[in-house]
Ligand binder design. Structure first.
Ligand code: 4NP
Length: 166
């Protein structure tokens, strides 16, 4: 089982969106049970809350149901439990890096747009104080980048299985 943790600031907009999009792609490819994901925030402002209503509405229009409950990133356990710790912007990545306590933990951290196929987006912009277009942009970037991330996870999972077979 490979595992991915999506991380933004509040865990109510971008990372719950990433979790829902990625889960839909995992299901579509019949990989449920082989790849799992979760989401968290670097801050705990919204601990216990459902995803932001605006994010839920925009995602629902594209067929993604957001069911996550916000929680803060837990360095003591999340670095162990997940293979990929995926931030949405440079602040998320540097906050995560400051919480890592080994090279192995540092090496798990990446930014979701590292997997984008389209040029022009080097982060998922925070939509919290924005409007409808900002939430649509979040979903456009997430759909593209999650495709690339899933390919990466599948390739690495395949490499590991090959190594175990040898
Ligand atoms: P997110 O967006 O990091 O994508 O969940 C935000 C949610 C809440 C806040 C900021 C960004 N906030 O300041 O409460």
């Amino acid at each position: 089982m490979r595992s991915v943790l999506f991380v933004c600031l509040g865990n109510v907009c971008r990372s719950p969106g990433a979790e829902a999009v990625f889960n839909a792609f995992v299901r579509r490819e019949g990989l449920t049970g082989r790849i799992r994901c979760d989401s968290a925030g670097t801050a705990g402002y919204h601990e216990g809350e459902p995803a932001d209503k605006r994010m839920q509405c925009h995602a629902m229009r594209r067929g993604y149901r957001l069911s996550s409950v916000a929680r803060q990133f837990r360095p003591e356990t999340d670095f162990d439990e997940f293979d990929y710790i995926v931030g949405m912007d440079d602040d998320n990545v540097s906050d995560l890096q400051s919480l890592a306590s080994s090279t192995e933990e540092l090496n798990k951290i990446c930014k979701i747009t590292d997997f984008s196929s389209k040029e022009g987006h080097d982060a998922v912009p925070d939509p919290y104080y924005g409007g409808a277009d900002d939430f649509e942009l979040v979903l456009n970037i997430l759909e593209d980048a999650c495709e690339g991330l899933l390919n990466e996870v599948k390739t690495k999972a395949g490499d590991n299985e090959d190594a175990q077979d040898q």
